[in-house]
Design a protein around this ligand. Sequence first.
Ligand code: GLN
Length: 278
Amino acid sequence: MPANLWEALEAASRELSSVSETARLDAEVLLAHVIGKNRAYLRAWPERLLQGDEEQRFLASIAARARGVPVAYLTGVREFWSRSFKVCPDVLIPRPETELLVELAVEAASRRNRPRILDLGTGSGVIAVTLALECPDAEVWAVDVSESALAMARHNAAALGAETVRFLRGTWFAPLPAGIRFDLIVSNPPYVSPTDPHLLRGDLRYEPRQALVSAKDGLHDIALIAENAGPYLLPDGRVMIEHGFDQADAVATVLGELGYRDVRHHRDLHGHERVTAA
Ligand code: GLN
């Protein structure tokens, strides 16, 4: 006998309870995705039967989730700044912490006239696209080394109406035209240490290593960006970099040694110093 929505959710949350701290939520998001409805619908129609191939598709997605595949890769979408972005395993899944970086950049951009902004390592494009939409007079550039990430970012820019973002492929500053200077350079670079045990557990196992991991305790790419940003910054320009919850002091040291002034840390919703601006 086919299961109804409520029964399917009960069974799936039990199955996921040992692998996910958000088992019930995961099951609801995946079931809503499979039947093409939102989560409120599941509560409104608990006795609705699964039809056609829905049960089989739901069970397959629960099995994948039980193996650790992140929910966002199974649904192909993730919310960021109240907008829905497409994601795939070639891009990091956008995190709420990164909204802090965007918030700081929006604030800094709003104090400037027609600011030019650069997003390094754009991934799914959440930062660049959100900045272009929130700061309509800004000129936003976005760089990524991964062609498939850029395809995803371009898709998101077009789908959300941010066609003005200029996407370039290459390593950090390499693809930029000579002589260009920015008011703001923002980045959520890879910053996880190669020896971080979290890489062996949970969702991180399925995310692109290139987007997560950086040498020298996770600081290599942040240092590279900081070392090379100078020629691309306007005299009163600022860099804003996301980093690990325990990297604020190390990042400040790197920036200080390179002669950056006005180094400031900003705390995320968990109270961690997550973004450093200079
Ligand atoms: N915030 C991510 C994590 O620790 C890492 C993101 C990144 O390396 N840019 O799960």
